[in-house]
Design a binder for this molecule. Structure first.
Ligand code: NI
Length: 226
């Protein structure tokens, strides 16, 4: 399932972040690339351990955690600290799948990457190219969103970032270990949750809606691994 979440960051948050990020020294994205990515990755990254990356990453993580849509879609168990990248001057990242397990830089625990999230920090008219292209069982999706919006997609999908031929594409990205690792199960729970919420808005807490809600939680109880 791919989900667009508008307005994760306010315009003020985006412009404050961009001012800080545009003044910062970025390093070659290859510093954190695995063997496969070395062939295809050309971008800049903020060193994840830098104080700026940690401060802004916290803002992104807090903003996402407040979004009911994100919580319902990702069912987060552990969230890795958001990172920041920048593509310009032809920068791109060819087709790849993200590494399955990452070590949390603070706690040291292993985190499985089930859900990928990109939060755009450049508006589409600031750059040409730079689409995030995600391939899943339903086909190929091109994503280029307003600054402050997020796209959430399964980390199991093949994806790439097209070359940026004008301007700069700045974004934050992060991985979440979900309570439900299977994308299909997560997506069924999300649909059920959305249907229950809409019904509750229309009808209030009827007996049937309470019963559906209990069904949702019993499914989550069956499928959650913690
Ligand atoms: Ni990736």
């Amino acid at each position: 399932m791919m989900l667009h979440i508008p307005g994760v960051l306010t315009r003020e948050q985006v412009s404050e972040m961009r001012q800080a990020l545009d003044a910062e020294a970025w390093t070659d994205g290859l510093d954190t690339a695995g063997a496969q990515a070395v062939q295809s990755k050309r971008n800049l990254q903020l060193p994840p351990a830098s104080p700026l990356s940690q401060r802004l990453g916290q803002i992104v993580a807090d903003a996402l955690s407040r979004q009911a849509l994100f919580v319902s879609a990702a069912l987060p168990h552990r969230i890795l600290p958001p990172m920041f990248n920048r593509y310009e001057g032809g920068g791109h990242y060819g087709n790849h799948v993200d590494g399955a397990v990452h070590r949390h830089p603070l706690s040291g625990e292993q985190v499985r990457t089930d859900v990928s999230t990109t939060v755009f920090l450049s508006d589409p008219d600031e750059y040409d190219g730079g689409e995030l292209v995600v391939e899943d069982v339903y086909g190929t999706h091109e994503v280029k969103l307003p600054a402050g919006d997020a796209i959430v997609y399964p980390a199991t999908s093949l994806h790439r970032v097209e070359p940026v031929t004008r301007g700069a594409r700045v974004a934050s990205f992060l991985w979440t270990q979900s309570m439900v690792k299977d994308d299909w199960r997560r997506s069924m729970l999300f649909d059920l949750d959305m249907a229950i919420m809409n019904l509750r808005r229309q009808l209030g807490d009827t007996r049937e809606i309470v019963s559906l809600t209990s069904h949702y939680h019993n499914l989550l109880r069956q499928w959650a691994d913690l």
